[in-house]
Design a protein around this ligand. Sequence first.
Ligand code: ATP
Ligand code: MG
Length: 507
Amino acid sequence: MPDYMFLLESRLLPEQRAAMLRVQELSAAMGFNVYLTGGTVRDLITGATLRDLDFTIEGNPSRLARELEKGGAKILFEDERLRTIEILFAGECEGSLSAARDDYYVRPGTRPEYRWSTIMEDLRRRDFSLNAIAISLNSASRGLLLDPANGLSDIERGEIRALTIHSFTNQPSRLLRAMRFAARMNFKLEARTQEWFELAMERDLQHSITPQDAGDELRAVAREERPIPTLKSWEAHRLMECIHPRLAKRHPDYEAIARLAKVREDLLSAGLRPRLGTAMLNAILGRLQSREQAALLSKAGFRTAEREVALGFVASALRAQKELLSRKCEAPVEAYRFLERLPLEISAWLLAESTKSKALSKIRAYVQKWRPIRMALPGVATELEALGMPRGPRFDGVIEQVFAIQLAGRGKTPEERVKLLRKLAGIKEPPKKKLEEKKKKPAKGVRKAELVAAAKQLEAVKPAERPPAARKAAAPAATAAPKEMRKRAGAKHAKTQKKKTGRRRSR
Ligand code: ATP
Ligand code: MG
């Protein structure tokens, strides 16, 4: 029994892990069996980024979704007919909950009837073997991999394999999907799937893709990390016209897509995970006029709210740029606060498209310098606490002041920072320790004091009573110590001279 739980634990982001545990817990309490399925399991196995969590439940997920909602999750979309719910868990973690079902086709190519089923039947009705794998999240079998179509071996071979001869006939949008997965993962179609694909294209099945299904694929390609290979593959297979004839004619704006993809990489290496679906959609449709874009999205079944966000995206990015360039954002700390609130997708689009160097340098500073400074603030707080300031509102105020000063380029070295913290918190510098200074020159200072004291003692004694050796030393009592020092200085001088000559000789 392979245990995929360990893999999950190590690969999930903390917020994804929390979401999974919550779904697991609630399903157990409600008596449903629950599984991780589809893209999540495929990406887990291939090592790809886990973008979202797809859960399949043997039962209706509606009640489970309501419970999750009470805990702060957001329902993005609910398809009651398919019993599928798109959900946003805490921490911006995307996912879906679906009822396990079987799609029953009276005849190939007709609309399917949905029958609520077990997980095994659900996996067998899926598009490709690599998407038909599940991991159990149930207490008796947690971590068990369910792979009835042997998808694991297809992943190892790097192949996309359709599950039945009717796969493309039943759902022609799988033509787009097959090309998308092949391009994304650099996989090829398995030999028989390739034949079925060609046969479907010969029969012009691509023209029976519903606008809704085409819209789902357009949305999906815009969410791809690297959409260009998929778009090129669609173009090469004459599939772009299924998305929209206008797009097939004008082509996606590949330069804009590449610029945005590069920004994504830069942001990832700075530790940010941008979701660029809307910005990328704008880049894909960049060569169409806004009127054409609106018509396309509407035909592709984009919901009104989604359409408004997509069509208004560039305008809102330009508004944000204007604000960033205004006096309101002049001080770095104000610009930081503004950019912190701004959706990362807008910053990403500006990084890719803006021609305003001042706006660009602020966004770059935010990503590369200001965020790291912000993230280091807990360490600064520990330093302030160590200086003796108790935590509280005034403490937080000092930390914020330090942050603002650091954004302006000061207070970065530990010494500067401690000085700054003392000043802002009103903590006095510790008194200069005289003893410490003395410690620095112990031999000279101590010796001098000893000699002066000894000389004074001797002075008090009559010359005749002095020991013969001391008589000489005490004669000019006041100069005894300097003389001693001169003697030592002389020795030192001789030593350095010797060193110097030694060095000269060696040259
Ligand atoms: P992505 O990484 O693009 O999200 P995904 O495989 O998760 O890929 P989704 O569209 O999110 O794709 O669908 C989730 C799962 O639902 C798929 O993995 C697949 O098992 C199943 N699925 C989706 N669309 C179809 C379809 N047209 N036919 C059969 N199964 C499908
Ligand atoms: Mg998915």
